[in-house]
Design a protein around this ligand. Structure first.
Ligand code: G4P
Length: 527
């Protein structure tokens, strides 16, 4: 098989949703329908169980599981499907943002009762930044949800994307009868807990009496009316508009009942993009290029505290990745090779000899990698699209055991390399360490891991900071002057970029207004 064939075979995507909308269920059902697992329930849920005694102990338990589910690969219709897992808990949203930089498309799950929820909006913002193609699956149609037209309006308004239904539900909740496929003009009638995977789809002319027989006169008439309206309101579906991220096709179903999953999988494999070209700081890299390149989008610490080795997840972007071959770690300007790169087939992982663009490879790491690092076959380029966003909570790291300050230092550096939180240093203020996160849970995780993995004890003290903005200026003197004047509010991120820490949005706005020579950036990617 040529590298072109390998590239065209691959579909690398992520499933995203607000917690509880059904991401885990849908992932499992896709594996089931794709033939990767034989029974539902085989994939362990990596979500934080509701009512767990302690969320962060649960996270420790989950860390083991989520290594195994980081990438789920299976073959379907001669395609190689790579599902990249994203954490469901909102405190780990940053992990999800980073994983989204490594996919070529996304399936977004919406709960038909709850509609568009807050986390969905943020996740879609990240997709829109990169024009990632999105397919929407409206789940839980067996529940009394909102009117489907209202849901579509809400999707368009809140997610700022045009939608195009490809299936249409017949009634909802207790009276849900199934979906009509608007393109194949076929009917898929609902029965709860469909365990069989064979298609129960029948072609039907909705204008004939056959429809009335199948779904009853009232629902048949409603469907006819809806279909006319859809055809009037939404134009033809063009694949290009989906690929460019302008229009999101929409499916309706019920993942837990295995309903609508087959249509979704079949359409996904038909229209979703294969491995895409990617932007670097110097040029666009095409997957077909001969030379290997890729980037690290996720780092996972092993559970065993005695061995501090980690697994770095590399997304291959171009060329062929080979086991035991030396590649250049661009940031460190160092050549590295890997004896045991591994890949994942359903739940098993196996050592691979080679990998192709679109694949994700797990690499054992002893501390060489940070999130965003690029590996190449010699070229100096850096993949883009892994920005940091301003954290939402800021606390100062306080050392509780002066004898262990070295361990604390090392631990917090390594944990923040993994992307658990962002670290801002204030060397001018006695080397203060401000740790920024998107959720309280991370502080517990850091505290726990510092103690158990590094033997260091710490406490976190609240700091009155509302936003972190990266700052630059064309004239280095102006920047130095601003940094000197605003001493208390200035910190540096781990790459030594200057960051302005604002106590409130109002203070930030005033500073932006009063300092026209300084550029304030809301993400770390401004170069
Ligand atoms: P998440 O990963 O997005 O957080 O959601 P997950 O799949 O875990 O689903 C959240 C809950 O919604 C689960 O129930 C799941 O069974 C249920 N669910 C998923 N799809 C459907 C559907 O199509 N219809 C209905 N009615 N429910 C659905 P749970 O009670 O939290 O967990 P469980 O005890 O059922 O596992």
């Amino acid at each position: 098989m040529t590298i072109q064939d390998e590239i065209h075979k691959r579909r690398t995507f992520g499933i995203i949703s607000h917690p509880d909308a059904g991401k885990t269920t849908l992932t499992e059902k896709l594996l089931l329908f794709g033939g990767a697992i034989q029974t539902a329930g085989a994939v362990k849920s990596n979500k934080i169980k509701k009512g767990a005694t302690s969320d962060f102990m649960e996270i420790e338990r989950q860390r083991g599981i989520s290594v195994a589910t980081s990438v789920m690969t299976f073959e379907y219709n001669n395609l190689k499907i790579n599902i990249l897992d994203t954490p469901g808990h909102k405190d780990f949203a940053e992990d999800t943002y980073r994983t989204l930089t490594a996919v070529d498309s996304v399936i977004l799950v919406i709960d038909c009762v709850k509609g568009v929820e807050e986390q969905t909006e943020r996740l879609m913002e990240v997709c829109r930044m990169r024009n990632t193609p999105v397919i929407i699956f409206i789940n839980k149609m067996d529940r009394e949800g909102q009117n489907p037209f209202d849901l579509l309006d809400e999707l368009e308004q809140k997610l700022n994307i045009k939608v195009r239904p490809l299936t249409w539900p017949i009634n909802i909740g207790a009276n849900f009868k199934g979906v009509y496929n608007l393109f194949e003009k076929s009917l898929n009638l609902f029965s709860a807990n469909k365990t069989k995977i064979e298609k129960e789809v029948v072609a039907v002319d909705i204008w004939s009496e056959e429809l009335d027989k199948k779904v009853g006169e009232k629902d048949a008439n409603q469907l006819r009316e809806d279909v006319e309206l859809i055809e009037g309101v939404y134009g033809n579906f063009e694949r290009d508009t989906y690929l460019s991220g302008e229009i999101a096709p929409v499916f309706f179903g019920s993942a837990v009942n295995n309903f609508g999953v087959q249509e979704l999988l079949d359409t996904f494999t038909e229209i979703a993009p294969s491995t895409q070209a990617r932007q670097t700081d110097v040029r666009v890299v095409e997957p077909e290029e001969k030379k290997f390149s890729g980037f690290i989008f996720k780092i996972h610490a092993n559970l065993d505290p005695k061995h501090r080795d980690r697994i770095a997840f590399l997304r291959i972007c171009s060329g062929t990745f080979e086991r035991n071959k030396f590649y250049k770690h661009v940031r460190l300007d160092k050549n590295l090779r890997f004896n045991n790169p591994y890949t994942f087939m359903a739940q098993d992982k196996e050592v691979i000899e080679e990998g192709f663009p679109g694949d994700v490879v797990g690499l054992y790491d002893t501390g060489n990698f940070k999130i965003g690092d690029t590996m190449t076959e010699g070229e100096n380029l850096q993949y883009q699209g892994i920005p940091s966003f301003s954290p939402e909570i800021f606390k100062e790291l306080m050392n509780l055991d002066p004898m262990k300050s070295k361990q604390l230092e090392k631990g917090i550096m390594q944990l923040t390399d993994e992307g658990v939180a962002q670290l801002f240093l204030q060397p001018q203020l006695g080397n203060r360490k401000i740790v920024g996160t998107v959720g309280e849970l991370q502080y517990e995780v850091i505290q726990y891991r510092l103690e158990h993995e590094y033997g260091a004890k710490c406490r976190f003290d609240h700091r009155d900071i509302a936003k972190a903005c990266w700052i630059t200026a064309e004239d280095p003197k102006k920047l130095a002057e601003f940094v000197r004047l605003k001493g208390q509010n200035i910190a540096q991120d781990k790459d030594e970029n200057y960051v302005f820490l604002a106590e409130s949005d109002w203070i930030l706005r005033m500073n932006i207004q009063n300092n026209p020579d300084i550029q304030f950036h809301f993400t770390s990617e401004f170069k």
